[in-house]
Ligand binder design. Structure first.
Ligand code: PNS
Length: 160
């Protein structure tokens, strides 16, 4: 039987424990998981693409069926190129749903054969976002328990 390849796309600026929780859950369900970092030319990220890739590669190293890659342009084009079957997105709260639904439906319009699958992170990460992590770190707060230790170290070094 054909293996199911899922793509987990995002900015991952930086990867949080919420992302990691979803990676761990989805790696048990799908045969292969590609964590795909958007090379976004509009937003000015805190971490470069290389830095985000390094951090993700380090924290996903224990999962043998997880790969880290980056993409630019339309997600559906990247998914087609990778021959992916599934787009994976996390939903933390009802407030995420409206935007995620819009994106999922638009991606379905663009590529009908590609399914979007939503997964829920552990409840303790339901309030967590990369944006808040960046803000807390930049204002001198503690992000302990919110991001993997490697990210915590890199955030500290970045905001000094
Ligand atoms: O982590 P984010 O910023 O919520 O991820 C958003 C992402 C990368 C999934 C989304 O912006 C995206 O897919 N961008 C690629 C461009 C694209 O395909 N746009 C049309 C979406 S319907």
């Amino acid at each position: 039987m054909e293996q199911v390849l899922a793509i987990y796309p995002g900015s991952f600026d930086p990867v949080t424990n919420g992302h990691l929780d979803l990676i761990e859950r989805s790696a048990k369900i799908f045969d292969r998981l590609v964590v795909a970092i958007l090379r976004n030319t509009e937003k000015a990220p805190l971490f470069t693409l290389a830095e985000r890739t390094e951090m993700l590669a380090e924290v996903t190293a224990p999962f043998t069926n997880v790969e880290v890659d980056c993409f630019h342009g339309l997600l559906v084009d990247y998914a087609r190129k990778r021959k992916a079957h599934v787009l994976l997105r996390g939903i933390r709260a009802v407030s995420d749903y409206e935007f995620e639904l819009q994106m999922a439906m638009m991606n379905r319009k663009l590529q009908p054969g590609l399914e979007t699958v939503f997964m829920l992170p552990a409840v303790e990460y339901s309030f967590l976002s990369s944006r808040l992590v960046r803000e807390i770190a930049q204002l001198g707060g503690s992000v302990s328990g919110l991001v993997p230790p490697v990210v915590e170290r890199r955030l500290r070094a970045k905001v000094i």
